[in-house]
Design a protein around this ligand. Structure first.
Ligand code: GDD
Ligand code: MN
Length: 383
């Protein structure tokens, strides 16, 4: 009898190639500027996955270093390699989600492109899922016996990672040892069950998935040693940390407030402080003309809010150059309309219930929702 592996290389009767056997395992690898790593990783995968029908899907966000071309060149000589090329958007979690949805195999692994995750752990992770049909997820963990962070993280990153792990476990009620891991293997059917609840923004798809599964998944952990990055640089920066806090708040609201809206509100709160500081300074400088000082303070706050939202809230759609200026002008317009709506709603509420605090907060809430929605659809509209 011909087994599935040989079948894929046997020409079918009547000409053309037979359809390749469907893979048993899909490895999803998100990439951003990983051109120097993809070939090494694919070869290492081939070395450890020899006994399986497997494929690797590189999900590239149009990296400026030409990672997508490197993957295409690789695919020309390795039939297991596929490319998912995304344009006009950025984000690790979103890339993983699309990669998993594109997987052909019923079991899907996610790992980084930079060789920090130990591919030698994949067969054990696969074997665990094959042995137990009830198992939904296997996590590559740096924190169970036999696993370690090794030389993979700087002392500062390590402290941050430990803090984030504790916070995620407490806030999200997670019991696993390494919810921050970017290395895991999941049954596609289980993933499909939670995918509509997942946030595309941010880095922490595993923590989000575990939270979305509401503790109903059967989870195992397999140890591995986190290695130093092969080539290139990490994309994890301060904004990723803030996105992670946004994810926790979003989850605390049961997903009602998306990460983006949480970040937008946080930026808005800093805008209030900027406005107050601006008014105070303008009063000092201009000898106490409050009306003019207030106008300056508001303009300053709108400007810093725009810059902060551009760098954080919509950093996946960040505006630069001329688009930055056009965005700033539309943002002023959006905020102006929001302010008028804020006053109209607050006055209407005040007529219904004459409580100034409630009415004013009500106006602010409507203004914030409007500003967010209009910013999303006008200033930072998806391309
Ligand atoms: N498609 C796509 N789009 N891929 C991305 C993006 C993006 O916007 N940002 C990062 N990646 C890819 C990188 O190219 C890499 O393959 C992988 O995602 C992880 O990114 P790194 O920049 O290497 O992250 P890290 O090593 O600092 O963080 C890793 O370790 C953390 C634990 O310490 C990741 O695995 C995190 O998920 C993990 O929490
Ligand atoms: Mn890395």
């Amino acid at each position: 009898m011909t087994d599935a592996m040989t079948l894929s290389h046997t020409p079918a009767a009547g000409g053309g190639e037979a359809r390749a056997a469907l893979p048993e395992l899909t490895v999803v690898v998100p990439t951003y500027n990983e051109g120097a790593n993809v070939a090494v990783l694919a070869e290492r995968l081939a070395a450890v996955l020899g006994g399986l029908a497997w494929e690797v899907v590189f999900v590239d966000d149009d990296s400026p270093d030409g990672t997508a071309d490197a993957v295409r060149a690789l695919a020309a000589r390795m039939p297991q390699v596929r490319l998912l090329h995304r344009v006009g958007r950025r984000g690790l979690s979103g890339a993983c989600i699309e990669g998993i949805l594109n997987a052909q195999a019923p079991v899907v692994a996610v790992m980084d492109a930079d060789l920090q995750h130990d591919e030698a752990a994949l067969p054990a992770m696969f074997a665990a899922l094959a042995a137990d049909p009830a198992l939904d997820l296997v996590i590559g963990s740096r924190h169970v016996d036999g696993g370690t962070v090794g030389q993979g993280l700087s002392a500062l990153r390590r402290r941050g990672s430990d803090g984030a792990t504790r916070l995620a476990r407490r806030v999200l009620g997670l019991r696993v040892s390494d919810p921050m891991s970017g290395f895991f293997m999941v049954r596609r059917s289980a993933f499909i069950g939670v995918v509509l609840d997942l946030q595309r923004q941010g880095f922490k798809i595993l923590a989000d998935m575990l939270s979305a599964s509401g503790g109903r998944w059967k989870v195992a952990e397999v140890p591995y040693t986190f290695r130093p990055r092969h080539a290139g640089a990490s994309k994890l920066d301060g904004a990723v940390t803030l996105e992670f806090l946004g994810l926790l708040v979003s989850r605390l609201t049961g997903g009602l407030l998306p990460i983006r809206f949480v970040l937008f509100l946080a930026v808005g709160a800093t805008g209030v402080l900027v406005q107050l500081a601006g008014v105070r300074l303008a009063m000092l400088a201009a000898g106490g003309h409050f009306g003019a000082a207030q106008v300056l303070g508001v303009a300053l706050a709108m400007t810093t809010n725009f810059a902060a939202n551009n760098a954080l809230t919509w950093r996946d759609r960040r505006l630069r150059g001329r688009a930055f200026l056009r965005g700033l002008l539309t943002f002023y317009a959006v905020c102006a309309v929001g302010a008028v709506g804020n006053v109209i709603v607050a006055r209407a509420l005040y007529r219904l219930f004459p409580d100034w605090l409630l009415a004013s907060l009500g106006g602010a809430a409507v203004g914030a929702v409007w500003n967010f929605w209009a910013s999303l659809t006008v200033t930072w509209k998806a391309r």
